[in-house]
Design a protein around this ligand. Sequence first.
Ligand code: ATP
Ligand code: MG
Length: 201
Amino acid sequence: MIEQDKKDERYKQRQSKIKENVDKRVEDAQTEKGLLIVVTGNGKGKTTSGFGTVARAVGHGLNCVVAQFIKGTWDCGERNLLEGHGVPFYVMKTGFTWNTQDKAADTEAAQRVWQECKKSLSDESVDLVLLDEMTYMVTYGYIGLDELKTALQNRPKMQSVVITGRAAHRELIEMADTVSEVRNVKHAFDSGIKALKGVDW
Ligand code: ATP
Ligand code: MG
């Protein structure tokens, strides 16, 4: 019993030390600014994370804009929902690029969406911009890295941006405030399970 009391006491002390540290860090975090968030990696969960953030922001009455740079042939549940809540969507009209094999057409389609993004990235009234699958646009050279970085650097101070997609460019990772890498542990598709409406799109 006495042993147990000692353990409880040590546990309490440890917890209170942790709480002290956390409280101090919360107190120290005084900078207020919009965030650049990059969600990258090979696992499932990047786009859903981006849309989760959009849903969170919309739930607080904030203004969001969504750009989707690689569009599948199926419709998108998040778009069906969020357009109904006044979130504008700019979507590349081509399918997955590796189906089209037409660099000029892909570049033009990407640039058309990008021009809309640039307007949002200089609009004070926009609180959050989701650039879904943007990493590929940089990798394929459809959108210039420097142009993207300049637009991100010059955006309104309180505006947040979420960039998703695999293999994010090193310079985007350096520039971002928060970077998460989603690691693939396993994916249903590898067991021959079909992509599922409401789960995969
Ligand atoms: P999600 O949209 O579900 O968050 P994601 O954005 O992380 O996924 P993408 O690389 O954009 O993943 O791929 C989009 C589609 O491919 C989704 O339908 C997703 O379920 C599927 N997918 C994601 N990761 C994998 C994987 N490792 N293997 C097979 N399919 C995947
Ligand atoms: Mg995705």
